[in-house]
Design a protein around this ligand. Structure first.
Ligand SMILES: Nc1nc2c(c(=O)[nH]1)N[C@H]1C(S)=C(S)[C@@H](COP(=O)(O)O)O[C@H]1N2
Ligand SMILES: [Mo]
Length: 319
């Protein structure tokens, strides 16, 4: 496929399928929740209380000197598109307070398309078998309507983000997901924070990393989520563009001052394998919560089971 659209339906559809099979309830009621025997689950419940306490009390993870930085190995590539054309990337924010107020508003963020060089290459290969007509390759693909293909051919921000007036006339389909799509430039306008912290993987290794980016709470300040029944949302779900990897969080974890949306490491732009353009750094939780290649952030009151939780790992993942 030439472009990847986000597939929130991947998760929602999966849950619905389980529910209709009557398995969803059974899975969550069972003592062996998510393949964990009950003694482990007990530990997780204690961990949960502790983790919440830590984040509420704003306990800080230790920070290190630049001379202590070790760099970070590459671990885990679910949902990572090595050929991502970074200019086609956008960060979808869903569940914001009055999203229409932002110039980056889109009536349906699910239509955002993430483009990949790999897809071009495989298309070009397939096409090289055909008689080649100059200018008819995938690069020459006609531009689609900016609203239908906001990720469009290497998009200029003006083309990619219709202004409110332009998009206001668009009739969104019933299952449209209205929201805001931020570009990297938008994130770079928010306060920049660096921190040198320890990164711990549950596999048993740890490294010292210099991260740079935006504190999640600074993002929330600039783009506040909508209240639900008069109260702030309780959960946040983040996904890669193809829905292959996701992670969900409670609000206190994200409001922690060391929770960063990172776009740099060692003072240079993040590598694709480390989650460019944007990944999470969260030194009070294990690596498996620190989702790389984030494409969408959704605020709500539903706790989405995340990738590693479904495989039996603790959702809180507190250190
Ligand atoms: N999209 C995505 N994010 C991910 C993973 C992954 O497979 N895909 N793996 C997680 C795990 S288990 C770890 S330890 C860290 C590793 O990050 P690194 O490759 O930058 O060291 O990414 C986390 N985030
Ligand atoms: Mo990990």
């Amino acid at each position: 496929m030439l472009r990847t659209r986000t597939r929130r339906s991947f998760l929602i559809g999966g849950a619905a399928a389980l529910a209709s099979a009557g398995l969803y309830e059974a899975l969550y009621r069972s003592k062996a929740v998510n393949q964990l025997q009950w003694p482990l689950r007990e530990v997780h419940e204690a961990n949960r209380a502790l983790t919440n306490l830590l984040f509420r009390q704003r306990v800080l993870a230790p920070t290190y000197k630049p001379s202590e930085v070790t760099g970070l190995r590459i671990n885990g590539d679910f949902g990572i598109d090595t050929g991502l054309i970074e200019s086609s990337w956008g960060l979808q924010l869903v569940g914001l307070d009055r999203p229409q107020q932002y110039r980056q508003f889109l009536p349906d963020v699910d239509l955002w398309e993430y483009r990949s060089k790999d897809d071009y290459e495989s298309q070009t290969e397939a096409r090289s078998q055909e008689p080649d007509v100059k200018g008819k390759g995938p690069e020459a693909k006609p531009k689609q309507n900016a609203n239908a293909a906001p990720g469009g051919p290497p998009p200029k921000p003006q083309q990619a983000i219709p202004h409110l007036q332009e998009s206001a006339g668009v009739t969104a389909s019933a299952d449209a997901v209205p929201g805001v799509v931020l570009r990297l430039e938008d994130l770079k306008k928010l306060p920049y924070t660096e921190q040198i912290t320890q990164f711990k993987c549950v596999e048993g290794w740890s490294q010292i990393v210099r991260w740079g980016g935006v504190r999640f709470r600074d993002l929330l300040r600039a783009y506040p989520p909508a209240n639900i029944d008069g109260k702030p949302p309780t959960y946040v779900t983040m996904e890669t563009s193809n829905g292959e990897f996701n992670a969900s969080f409670d609000m206190p974890s994200l409001l922690h001052p060391q929770t960063l949306l990172c776009y740099s490491m060692d003072g240079v732009p993040l590598q694709i394998a480390h989650g460019a353009p944007v990944r999470l750094a969260m030194p009070l939780k294990y690596g498996y919560k620190q989702i790389k290649a984030i494409a969408s952030i959704t605020f709500g009151n539903v706790r989405t089971p995340d990738y590693w939780e479904k495989l039996g790992y603790d959702w809180y993942a507190g250190l």
